[in-house]
Design a protein around this ligand. Sequence first.
Ligand code: AMP
Length: 133
Amino acid sequence: MNDCVFCKMIKGEIPSYKVYEDKTVVAFLDINPVHEGHVLVLPKKHVVNLEDVSEKLLNKTIKIVKKFGQSIKDNLAPGYNIIVNNDPVAGQEIQHLHFHVIPRYDKDRLTTWTRNQYGEGRVELIQKQLKIN
Ligand code: AMP
């Protein structure tokens, strides 16, 4: 946590291009943007993954994510992606929960996922494994 780059940015120990700040949530420009205007929105409290954050704090954070979606559409681009990388295996480089809000443009040639098909019996099995109440 003490080595967390985002915690240091929140404390002002590392410079950042802040685009929003309140008591619990902060947003700044990603220093290596997918497109200009790529914003990172995060709770100030150090939590690692989405499943670690309280619903109250998540609610406050996602409201700001939503506002940046609107700001991007009003000011920059016709659409956007929201991405959260959870855990290193999913591409998470900084272990402090953050929402990427990424402007998207027509024919910007960014690929998202490759898609697959379920094999015999797999979709029913996975449905059983993942079901929540
Ligand atoms: P992730 O891979 O989801 O953990 O994303 C981490 C993001 O933080 C990357 O998109 C980086 O470009 C961004 N990043 C790393 N260091 C900084 C920094 N000092 N200021 C702004 N963005 C940063």
